[in-house]
Design a protein around this ligand. Sequence first.
Ligand SMILES: O=C[C@H](O)[C@H](O)[C@H](O)COP(=O)(O)O
Length: 366
Amino acid sequence: MSMNPHRVTSCIPRRSWSAAAAAARCVHQPGPAFHSAAAAAANFKFNPSTSAPPLRTTIVLQAALPNTFTTQPHRNLHITTAKMSTAPDASAAQQLIEKSKFLAANRAVTEHLSPTYRHIGIGSGSTVIHVVDVISKLGTTITGPMTFYPTGDQSRDLIQAAGFRLGYLSDLSPGHALDVCFDGADEVDPALNLIKGGGACLLQEKLVATAARKFVCVADSRKISNHLGTQWKKGIPIEVFPMAVPQVLGELERLGRLSAQVRSGLPGKAGACVTDNGLRIVDAVFKPLLTELPEGKQEGEEGVWTVDGLARRLIEIPGVAEHGLFYGKSGLEVESGGAQKPVAAYFGMEDGSVMVQTLENGLVKA
Ligand SMILES: O=C[C@H](O)[C@H](O)[C@H](O)COP(=O)(O)O
């Protein structure tokens, strides 16, 4: 394979790049996540009042085989080297996707983040990097009085790197709702059911989304789907207590899964992927999920499930902490919060437009 080395040098604080690098490692999608992280690092604006000391960071991106990613301290520099099998065309396509995510994030934040809001949930993944970027561009007059609630280590690092005030759900008094939560998704169906957890974050995401009065999803066109399981083919991520993994795998077989496996931590970590909660992820592939059961059919018959039917069944399995199906009522149907489905999903399209999907209007141009 021909080498395509390119070098980017950024003057950014060490802390910011660490956050971006953590983001890349966390989502276990080295290609897209790396580009998002690099974009976030390159766009970072040094703010002396909120940022770490002005340590300089050199980012060396060297395109080569295989996908690897290392960061090491060197004097007061952090040298980060990414080796990626990125052909020039793939890189251009990736840039287009990143741009579309940014446009969707921009639209979602513009339409759903009121300056009067005080408590904001921040999800996980490569798209959320753009959400945080857009919010930070609003300036400290608007973001200063706000508190931001993470959904995992990556999102906590993003919040801190942006200089935002960090809060935790555990600090809130009972019944206190977040104003809004922004998060990505791996797949979105017409009823706004989601698959999440492709980057091993789902339990804290569900807690933060359901703690918000308004959950807003931000994604790109690859996530639009008629049936969950047709676009995201790696399986439904299920977060499982380690000791229960064999029993959960056995129960998934009884439920008619096509395949199921414990997620590996590679390339970032040898052995199993360990979530921010110290648990494992089992990815279970089922037949594409329906939104309604065909007449005369039962849930699970011949391995055919509705989203709601499977979601309810999975959470009943002992040892399952949570699963990546976000289902049930949408934010519009549950005014006081508590919904797993978003009020709206914003998709950045390849042509530079943004589509928005709601229950009332379906998928329309934003
Ligand atoms: O586990 C990760 C989260 O559920 C993400 O929100 C989801 O995987 C989407 O990630 P991305 O924005 O990187 O496609």
